[in-house]
Design a protein around this ligand. Sequence first.
Ligand code: ADP
Ligand code: MG
Length: 570
Amino acid sequence: MNVLFSKIIKNKLALLGGIILFILLLLIITTPFLNLSDPNAINTSDRFSLPFTSNYLLGADHLGRDILSRVMWGTRLSLAVGFSAALIAAILGSFIGIIAGYFGGFFDNILMRSVDVLMAFPYVLLALAIVAVMGPGLFNSLIAVAIVNIPFFARNVRGISLAYAKSDFMIAAKISGRSTFSCIIFELLPNLIPTIIVAFSTTIGWMILETAGLSFLGLGSQPPQADLGSMLGEGRASLIVHSHNSLIPGLMILFIVMGFNLFGDGIRDALDPKLSQGKLGRSKALTDLKKNFVFSERCSKSFLEVNDLTTKFIRNNYEIEAIKKVNLSLQKGECLAIVGESGSGKSVTALSITRLVASPPGIITEGFINYKGTDLLNINLQTMQDIRGKKISYIFQDPQSTLHPLQKVGSQISEIVINHKIINKVKLNKEVLELLRNVKIKDPERVVNLYPHQLSGGMRQRIGIAMAIANKPDIIIADEPTTALDVTVQAKILSIINDLKRELNLSIIFISHDLNVVSKISDNIAVMFNGEIVEFGKTKKILNNPNNQYTKKLIKSSPKLSLVKKKYNA
Ligand code: ADP
Ligand code: MG
């Protein structure tokens, strides 16, 4: 709850919405105690009095009634009606959604088709029709607005319930003999609450507007009772000459709806796991450097040299030093392996090199990364984007999540090529086919037209490699490229990377937690533990003669796959 609150507070617009709503809440609570004049008392001699005249702070309307008093009481009424309508729609809609989603089949069909019927009409028209049948009045307009908003909740909740109903924890609960009621209330509902709250908070402003709209048309509150919509309707006749009559309730509606919408959006950003980083927390394209970062004065012409690189993750409530004073070097055509247990900082090291660590919360606090005489920490985004994918490219662990699921692999590879050079279509297609052949795909003409889900894990990783070499980079950073694959496919992928390294004279940073794998491909090894490089040196030396205690443990714990080893030593 505290986290939610602090997220909302940090989002400035949501905070503004919250403040508006708080003031409104204070107003409607204190209205009965404020010694206001009777909102319905007519005083014809004061008709259309202007604001700030002796008796009327906000002026008087066409019947000489006090606008301040009417607006205060009207706001109370409008909020109460809008809120009740939203609550009814949320409860009924969620109920329908849960039943349809949980039980599926027959219930789902009946309920959802009924909801579809409601949705088949433009809903302001539907609300008008409902009020026309039931007769004008505030209560009837409340019912009408609630009914037309039920489908929104029903559809949202049904979709999520359907997914949860088939999930393992629900099936486990059912098998363990829990009653349907208990499954729904204790297993399903808690998972739906965030969705329902989000839907509620983002639509309540809209529903207040709808009830005001019905009153404006004379179908909601009936004279002399005031709500904001009816005040607006009455003021319309004198809009030009006595504009304060409609302007004041109009502004009030604006504030209410703005308050609810801004605050509702804030709640959505804070509650929705996909938006959990909030609008303010979205990652930047370039990892931040700490304030007053001291750039190194060193000048190095070496190929790639990383010096004292330190990256932290900083949030309000924690600070992790993910990597500490990392030193590495890589020559042209060389393969450097970074090994270490999970969480030791291998990926953060790799991502820091091209400043791809998510920021916030990532921040580079110290270091120097020389790539052919340029300090990669001291260049702007444009220059870095020219380097990424063209000079230094990545192969990630899980090609399934890095490839676009709805785009054919051919066009995904093309995109990488045309991002970095101008090329005509015929040449481009030829180049893509050639890239696929480079990664040992036998029938590239067929594969270019496939989607990622039509390929096996090993094939997908080949596409990932083809994309990495598409612009003939100097350096490829492969972050556990074979971890997700089974042993035979892993061997094939390693041999492809090894061949490409030789043919294209590539430099490779190969990240793995598996010493067997790196022994086949690397010239040097850097062993990482707890964010630090604990040992660095020639592969043979480190494997046969480790100095560090942790390296010794790592070697001891690796299973010996002698068969595969033989093949790659050959
Ligand atoms: P690995 O060696 O398995 O690749 P990583 O480099 O991914 O490990 O992670 C190193 C450390 O940084 C870990 O302690 C991890 O918890 C932390 N870390 C990585 N990404 C984030 C993040 N986005 N926010 C906070 N901490 C992170
Ligand atoms: Mg990793």
